[in-house]
Design a protein around this ligand. Structure first.
Ligand code: GCU
Length: 684
């Protein structure tokens, strides 16, 4: 059945191992819930359903503490009830979404205490996770505060039901220019998201076309409100992507100039209307002056003018404006060697530092280009101490195998979060910028483009569920290791069999490097087919308008982004990184071609020439992709047949498709360079 794949990491499979049952059972008699809010009710429902599914047992519900065998769920308002049991006064240290879990063997009780009801919900999911991962319930003493305030998801769903860069079917929200009305599916999505701590969502595409512009009109606001209420019960705030030109498009004005009084008033009225439907509306997400979307540039206004105007309108209601920095010239002449797309976001936004209102947050993609297999980290992080920043990842695998190849992105995201910007000297990693601990940010955190659709298993490739899970966990706490997150996901998803856990974990943890091996070498990027971006095409974007070049010729390859001889992009980093990237001696191999143009005979730190590296990694990557398939085959019988077959089909495709990548890349560079493979392998 499709049920196992649909249930993702919320399987709650029956627990039969008797020592475990013996450990857990004494705790599982009563649940004490003295409060009654929507979010607490979700917490209760999750607990009851998880326990009943894992133990075939229904908990008794009461509002009074018992002498023994109970699980208490409560907030600050009920602190007195459990104060003595908790002992040390931790209340003051909990943030708004934090929680404590404590268990007491003496009377088989567990206390899940949140400052607010959201903390209780997160605590319940944590307890269920402990059980799913075979952890003991004795002497639990957990204290958790999320590190990031905004932990967000962006859907790129269009109202016609398609999903931009969607690789898992159609939208779960829209079809035929209206809402789908399968509220249950949306609720199940809310459950998945809140189980990993996500607290905000914008559920329409950042490219807001004609129909979507009307989401903020009375035609659709009742439906938006309905969806918002489903998310609200799981502690998730709703945002909408808006069309910057709405005053013209739906307001009948002749301008969207942010400094025009009519426009300003229109947005104020519009905002008031939205809040009548959704009193806790999170705010708006804006892609302006980017890839042909309208924006303030039309009126010779800055991005500060544009975003502040919206921020002012939404401020009285407590809303925020997420303003994307993906602004670059997408009509570039490839002959123009002075323009470098990588420099664009910094050039546009850095000079505006200090001009944005407190409720504007700049949303910055992790790299300066566009979610490539590997690229530098955006130099904007840390470069705007007076401006709120939000980091944007892409969970959808647009450039990383489109959820047909397995490519587990947690290790990539961890490298980015740990990247030292040097903004406040050594020890200023990206994660400390976006969690607000470096500068006085009022709003900040992490967001990401979702990878789900209406496929039964949500993500097309079942292993791609791990990217959504890991995104949430990492965003809650960027200090978690990839290994811990992976271990949790595999156990919750496939059970705790040791072979299954170690094999799948290892496959996932290696998959990004494997994908990199048979695709783009040394940080070069963009060797994909235009438009859909799937499969190899070395010159696919070489002579295009998008600013995406590798400059390969018969002598060498790479983009010279140095200050001394190139585009000067390295100059956007703080001095330590600038120096590191500027020099061939210190630039790390994996980003060499992102920063430098070198001859094919250039010798890497690994001791290999660039050309030999290209050949070797491509041959190796194919073997590794074949290896993934073989390792999966060896798990037959330990995974339910539906998921086993589904994943196997994708791994078979990946192994085949990796050969296509290998042969096209190797052949291209062999023909260009004329340099044979040292090992004499088959190149066409
Ligand atoms: C990429 C992607 C587009 C998307 C854009 C964005 O360029 O291919 O489909 O609209 O990013 O992030 O806005």
């Amino acid at each position: 059945s499709g049920e196992t794949s649909y249930n993702s990491w919320l399987q709650y499979s029956k627990i039969t191992d008797s020592p475990l049952v013996d450990n857990y059972s004494p705790f599982l008699e009563h649940v004490v819930i003295p409060e009654n809010t929507e979010v607490i009710n979700s917490a209760k429902e999750e607990l009851l359903c998880g326990i009943s599914s894992m133990f075939g047992k229904s908990l008794n519900i009461s509002t009074e503490l018992k002498k023994e065998s109970f699980i208490f769920l409560g907030t600050e308002d009920k602190y007195e009830m459990v104060k003595e049991l908790i002992g040390v006064d931790l209340l003051g240290q909990l943030n708004n979404e934090g929680y404590i879990i404590k268990s007491f063997e003496s009377n088989n009780s567990i206390i899940i205490f949140g400052k607010n009801d959201k903390g209780v919900l997160y605590g319940v999911f944590h307890l269920l996770r402990l059980i799913q991962t075979d952890s003991s319930l004795n002497n639990i003493d957990i204290f958790e505060n999320p590190k990031n305030q905004l932990r967000m998801i962006n859907e790129w769903d269009n109202m016609d039901g398609s999903v931009e860069r969607g690789y898992a079917g159609n939208s779960i929200f829209f079809e035929e220019n209206r809402f789908v009305r399968d509220w249950d599916r949306i609720k199940d999505y809310a459950r998945m998201l809140s189980s990993v701590g996500i607290n905000a969502i914008a559920f329409n595409n950042v490219n807001v076309h004609e129909v979507e512009s009307k989401l903020i009109t009375t035609e659709f606001l009742p439906d938006v409100a309905k969806v918002a209420s489903i998310f609200r019960a799981y502690g998730i705030k709703t945002f909408l992507s808006i069309n910057y030109a709405s005053p013209i498009q739906i307001g009948g004005l002749d301008t969207a100039d942010p400094l025009d009084e009519k426009v300003r008033n229109w947005w104020k009225e519009k905002t008031k209307e939205i809040y009548q439907y959704i009193p806790d509306f999170g705010g708006v997400l804006v892609k302006a002056d980017s890839e042909h979307r309208p924006g303030p540039f039309t009126y010779n206004r800055t991005h500060a003018d544009g975003s502040n105007m919206l921020a002012e309108a939404i401020e009285p209601f407590g809303g925020i404006v997420l303003w994307r920095c993906f602004v670059y010239n997408c009509m570039q002449d490839w002959r123009d060697r002075s323009t470098d797309r990588a420099k664009a976001a910094y050039d546009h936004f850095k000079p505006l530092d200090g001009q944005f209102k407190d409720n504007v947050v700049l949303q910055i993609k992790n790299g300066p280009m566009d979610f490539q297999v590997r690229e530098g980290v955006s130099p904007l992080f840390g470069a705007m101490p007076k401006t709120n920043q939000l980091l944007e990842f892409q969970i959808a695998q647009e450039y990383t195998g489109q959820q047909r190849h397995v490519c587990y992105l947690i290790p990539q995201w961890k490298e980015i979060l740990d990247f030292d910007t040097y903004a406040n000297g050594e020890g200023t990693p990206v994660k400390s910028v976006v969690d607000g601990s470096q500068f006085q940010y009022t709003h900040c955190g992490i967001t990401a483009v979702s990878n789900i659709g209406n496929d039964v298993n949500w993500t097309g490739h079942t292993l791609a569920q791990a990217n959504l899970y890991g995104y949430g966990r990492l965003t809650w706490n960027p200090d978690l290791s990839s290994e811990i997150i992976t271990d949790e996901w595999v156990k919750a998803t496939f059970g705790t069999d040791l072979d299954v856990v170690s094999e799948i974990s290892d496959m996932l943890l290696q998959s990004w490097r494997i994908y990199e091996n048979y695709t783009s070498p040394l940080g070069v990027g963009w060797m994909v087919n235009p438009e859909h971006h799937y499969g190899p095409n070395v010159d696919g974007y070489e002579y295009s308008v998008w600013g995406t070049y590798h400059f390969a010729d018969c002598k060498g390859i790479g983009v010279d982004r140095t200050i001394s001889t190139g585009t000067g992009y390295t100059g956007q980093y703080f001095p330590e990184n600038q120096t590191m990237y500027e020099s061939l001696d210190t630039c790390p191999d994996e980003l060499l071609l992102f920063f430098h143009h070198v001859p094919y005979t250039h010798v890497l730190k690994s001791g290999k020439t660039v050309i030999q590296h290209i050949y070797d990694t491509h041959f190796e990557g194919v073997e590794q992709a074949e290896g993934l398939k073989q390792r999966w085959l060896a798990l037959e019988g330990k995974i339910d047949p539906t998921r086993f077959r589904g994943i196997l089909e994708r791994l078979e495709h990946q192994a085949e498709h990796s050969k296509e990548w290998r042969d096209i890349i190797n052949t291209y560079f062999y023909r260009k360079s004329g340099i044979p493979d040292e090992k004499n392998r088959k190149i066409y």
